[in-house]
Design a protein. Sequence first.
Length: 278
Amino acid sequence: MANPFSLEGKNAWITGASYGIGFNIAKAFVEAGIKTIIFNDINEAALQRGLDNYKAAGIENVKGYVCDVTDEVAIKALVEKIHEEVGQIDILVNNAGIIKRIPMHEMKRQEFQQVIDIDLVAPFICASAVLPEMMERREGKIINICSMMSELGRETVSAYAAAKGGLKMLTRNICSEYGEYNIQCNGIGPGYIATPQTAPLRERQPDGSRHPFDSFICAKTPAGRWLDPSELGGPAVFLASKASDAVNGHVLYVDGGSHKKFNLTAEKHLSDSRVNST
């Protein structure tokens, strides 16, 4: 029996996979036998950083492009170029994203819009570009990198939460609209991952103590720690492989159980408030 988790012979396009979560997913895909890793980044410097990272990891079956994921015309042109230079796109991972930690009442509309454009509109653009060929082949995998903020709110991340909540619903809608073509669209909801984006939250304070948010996250995560980006690899391989052909429209939370503990805490507060109000 063929290994249902194998990615042999497949090409995967992972947006923004120069480092961090996307890069670690790419490494997991390589270990699962992927034929070609395709990634893009915003400029030549970022692209070269990615190529250097792949070279250092000993990964040679990689193709990189400069392209802005929010530019619909450029993305359509890129997909055509990938088809010409690499071949069909079997797997799309919408990984590129940003976060701005600004109190909502201080955030400018332009700042809010930039997060929405990159974290929500770009996945729509990229998915729209690959869907026609997937529909024609009647096969394809789309993985959207969601977030705990797809379910929960938190201070200073109104735009990010709005985008990731929307991405969860886009995931469900792609499932509903294109499932009949044997296209599976699922999401991964990373918890608090040790990446450059979260580095400021993990820095030691001048007095040597842990950042308050660092302590809070470790206390609220049943695993008791920040997760490593490599821990997203296995779930991504599952969602990219034939093993997940019957899984569609789902967001798989890879968070050490923290979203459950956050929810339980919220439910307890709600329960306590009801008791206290009677």
